[in-house]
Design a protein around this ligand. Structure first.
Ligand code: GTP
Length: 313
């Protein structure tokens, strides 16, 4: 039996006359090539159904077209071609096409001091949309870092000062004794708390961006934060990490501002939105800060262009 003998429900018309914003499939398993690796990903693919009288879209056409992304490095141009094919396969039915690809990029990260390295996983999502107003790509990535509470650090320093006053009251300062004291738990009587923290960065690419800036965004963010979680760690690396944390205490507000500045300096973006979550060890709840630049929905006519025109202030 060939397909012309099979009932085609999608081709039927419907009385309801209701166009739909998004119709498609979610959670399609797919290999991807990104950051020089072949990754396991999940994809959502869809189109608008602008003909209110048409019963259904052609799911299989989107599914089969999607298979083409596995053969080349994931770049904006590949996504643009993919969405153009989605629309070609739904000519007369759809004016908007969407794809979202989620996975985890495994990147090798060096130790702070020792000549070692290890792997770190960065969950990411790439979202692309083609509509009558243009082509839009967004990249989202999540990364982890350590944040030491600046208030706790100041409170700990105060306790250390008080202990010093107590232990050395009315005594001439003796270098050797002071050195011993500093190296003892007696001396450093209190330590600040720090916590594993998480930043989620969403960036919208400028119209003519040629690459997906996954590595650039991660590197800029980790540099701005200064205390990204580590992979391979020997004692020398842990000591360097302790120094980095001590020199770099931050509230969630500090982390959000640093990331905002870092993303503003990255070229090739037309907008971004970020959130930091400090999973507090002082509290049972999280401290959270958000920031954004130009991050309004780019679905309306002219908004993508106005994204491009706004100055980075
Ligand atoms: N539109 C639509 N299709 C669905 C849904 N759930 C499952 N499908 C199935 O997806 C399959 C593929 O649909 P089509 O792409 O229209 O398949 P086809 O008619 O053989 O392919 P074309 O000839 O290219 O249209 C069909 O067997 C549908 O029944 C749904 O909710 N909506």
């Amino acid at each position: 039996m060939n397909s012309t003998n099979l009932p085609d429900i999608a081709a039927q018309t419907t009385q309801q006359q209701q166009p739909l914003d998004w119709v498609g499939m979610q959670g399609i398993a797919l290999p991807l090539q990104l950051a020089g690796q072949r990754l396991k990903a999940l994809a959502d693919a869809g189109v608008s159904l602008d003909r209110g009288d048409v019963r259904g879209i052609h799911m299989s056409r989107l599914y089969l077209t999607l298979q083409q992304v596995q053969d080349a490095a994931l770049e904006p141009d590949l996504l643009k071609q993919l969405l153009a094919r989605f629309l070609d396969s739904h000519h007369g039915l759809s004016r908007q096409a969407y794809v979202a690809l989620r996975g985890e990029a495994l990147l090798s990260r060096p130790a702070l001091i020792s000549p070692l390295a290890g792997w770190k996983s960065y969950p990411f999502e790439v979202r692309a949309r083609q509509d009558p107003w243009g082509f839009h790509v967004e990249l989202q990535v999540r990364l982890e870092y350590s944040s030491t509470c600046p208030c706790s650090a100041a409170l700990a320093r105060q306790l250390i000062q008080q202990r010093f006053t107590q232990d050395f009251a009315d005594q001439p300062l003796n270098h050797a004794r002071l050195l011993d004291w500093l190296g003892s738990t007696q001396g450093i009587v209190a330590t600040p708390h720090s916590q594993r923290s998480e930043a989620t960065l969403q960036v919208r690419l400028a119209e003519r961006a040629e690459d997906l800036p996954l590595l650039a965004v991660i590197d800029a963010a980790e540099q701005a934060l200064g205390t990204a979680v580590q992979t391979a760690v020997k004692r020398a690396d842990e000591q360097a990490f302790a120094l980095a944390n001590g020199q770099n205490p931050m509230f969630c507000e500090d982390a959000a501002r640093r990331l905002h500045d870092a993303l503003l300096r990255l070229l090739g973006l037309s907008a971004f939105s970020l959130e930091v979550v400090h999973r507090e060890s002082l509290h049972a709840h999280d401290a959270v800060a958000r920031s954004q630049w130009n991050w309004h929905p780019a679905a309306s006519p002219g908004s993508a262009a106005s994204d491009m025109c706004q100055s980075r202030s």
